[in-house]
Design a binder for this molecule. Structure first.
Ligand SMILES: [Zn+2]
Length: 319
């Protein structure tokens, strides 16, 4: 049995629009509701689909926007997730610091990633984010993911101080290798660091020079399915998939991406049909199995990569 974490980062961006109250409804409709002329394919669609398959996903919700645009929309987001029996956890985008939140974090200036902040500042931001989620109706927060995967070892110490025992910010295809967690090693399985258990995002070699992470819009269904079976055959402890509240929209975010929707639905069906092999779960009540050593990243054959490249090219042209 393999523990699979289907994780979705839930966050609001303004695209090319000025960050202003008059544009907030449009940003919320796009990033959270996933509103398109073909219907809504955002958070509501995703939690309903998971629930209808009897699956539990993890939704890392970004709360700092609510310091600018009010607590109600944040409570709406938390409500959507909890009503569908999915798990709420904490996500932070420090891009919000010193925008309209300056009065909350007076001494901090804008930096794109959490790892660029001092340890004490990270602790302040994490504590504030956790408190916002709890006030918005979340019951229990025990896991975290940094925006842009931009964390470091100090982040884990800060999480420990906020009594958050799990992190899933390590992404070997982003800032993972510079994070200070197991220097010199590509971390692909759970590891304990600073009293926090790190659940790295699953990455794989695809025959190109770089590592790729397991993301709905970045992997074909065939690729994801083969990687899941491979992880099970290798007796891996965990498989962490990444998605976003706007993952199923086209690149322009003006329409639905039918290929991404198809991948998401096939993946849910596959996981529901194979519950005896794959346990889709959250961090609540999690008893971690930490392997003694780190295996190499999973690998996907070139022909599967080739098919995905073809599918991605079709998406770029059609959506
Ligand atoms: Zn994010």
């Amino acid at each position: 049995m393999l523990d699979v974490f289907f994780t979705t980062d839930v966050e609001i961006w303004f695209g090319g629009m000025p960050i202003a109250r008059e544009n907030f409804t449009k940003a919320f409709d796009t990033c959270i509701r996933g509103r398109t002329p073909q219907g809504d394919f955002g958070l509501g669609y995703q939690v309903d689909t998971l629930q209808s398959h009897g699956l539990t996903g993890v939704f890392f919700i970004e709360p700092l926007f609510s310091l600018c645009f009010g607590r109600e929309p944040l409570a709406d987001i938390v409500g959507m997730v909890t009503h569908a029996s999915q798990e709420v956890q904490l996500h932070l985008h420090t891009e919000w610091v010193d925008r309209c939140t300056a009065f909350h974090f007076e001494d901090m200036r804008h930096r794109e990633n959490l790892h660029q902040f001092e340890a004490a500042e990270q602790a302040t931001l994490i504590a504030a984010g956790k408190q916002l989620l709890l006030e918005a109706g979340a019951r229990n927060i025990n896991a975290f993911r940094a925006g842009n995967f931009g964390f470091n070892k100090d982040t884990l110490g800060a999480l420990s101080r906020s009594r958050i025992g799990f992190d899933s910010s390590y992404n070997a295809s982003r800032f993972g290798l510079q994070s200070g967690v197991m220097p010199g090693t590509v971390v692909v399985e759970p590891v304990e660091c600073e009293d926090v258990i790190e659940y790295p995002v699953t990455v794989f070699r695809d025959g190109t020079r770089s590592l790729r992470h397991a993301q709905v819009s970045a992997c074909s269904f065939a690729e994801m399915e083969r990687l899941l079976w491979q992880a099970l055959d290798d007796s891996r402890a965990a498989f962490v998939i990444v998605s976003h509240s706007f993952e199923l929209l086209s690149r322009s975010q003006k329409g639905v991406d039918r290929i991404a929707v198809n991948r998401f639905n096939r993946l849910c069906r596959f996981l529901a049909d194979n519950k005896d092999c794959f346990r889709l779960r959250g961090f609540e009540g999690l008893q971690s199995r930490i392997p003694d050593c780190q295996p190499p990243p999973l690998a996907s054959p070139s022909w599967v990569t080739g098919y995905r490249m073809f599918e991605q090219a079709v998406r770029r042209v059609c959506f």
